[in-house]
Every structure is written in C-alpha cells, then in structure tokens.
Design a protein. Sequence first.
Length: 153
Amino acid sequence: MSDPLILHVLNGPNLNLLGVREPHIYGRETLADVQAICRAAAEGATVVFRQTNREGELIDWVQEARTEASALVINPAGYGHTSIALLDALKALTIPVVECHLSNPAAREDFRAHSYVSLAATGVVSGFGAHSYELAVKAALRLARERASQPSR
Ligand code: DQA
C-alpha cells in the first residue's frame, strides 16, 4: 500500500543558490541535491518541495500546508531571524513542524542566535549540512505517523 503521508518541505531566501553560496558554510550540495535527499529520506511518502525568495509566498505556502500536509519541514533561512508574520502563520498549524538549517546558526553571528520560527517548531535540526534535511524529514514523518496512529479525540 502506498504511504498516505504528505510532507511539505519549504525553503526560504537564497537557498536557490546552494552549492555556490558560501560553500564553506552551507556545503557543495545544490538545492536539487537537497530535494533528492528529502525524497529518499521520505521512503515513499509524498514530498512537496519548494523554495522562494519572497516572504509573502513562504507564508502562503505555510498556510497551504495547514490544510494539505501531514507535517512540515521548513528552512526559513534569513526570515527565521526576522519574520513575525512567518511565526504567526506557523502558529496556525496543528501538524508537526520541524525547523531545519544546514549550518548551526547558534554558533555564528549573534543575530542568528534568535529564531522566531523556533517558537512554533516541534523541533529543530541544524548544523549537519544537507544531512540536516534527511534528519528533519525522518523526524517530521515519524511525528506524523505517531499522530496518525493515535485515536482522534
Ligand atoms: C540557514 C541559516 C540562516 O542563518 C541563514 O540566513 C540562511 C541559511 C541555514 O540553513 O544554515 O540563509 O537557514
């Protein structure tokens, strides 16, 4: 039987430049490589994988995940440090949310230490390069499966 779970993986600004953008920090994998890693990690669950440089579009996609997804993985990139509107959109979700970063923002500049997204995330994976996505996808789907197996109240 096919896996009924649907995972949305959303990527914020500048992640379209993965592979060429500060590779000593973000690695040599491209966003297409990251997408392939997510699909492999999802082991048959449907993966909707998107990237945008626009805050409003990211918020529209979070709202879409509210009704369409079983779980959400989000790398908000710079918007994680700045966007209360993105936090508000995430707070409207009832599905598991895993925040994901290639680097470990807490070990970088002070302004990266705070994430609005973390306030709405079930958990955070950061610092493992593209492997962060593999871990985030597995964690998100595990949470979604646990939820699906619980009797509804
Ligand atoms: C990032 C970390 C953020 O601080 C930064 O703005 C990014 C990428 C990461 O994946 O490590 O664009 O989210």
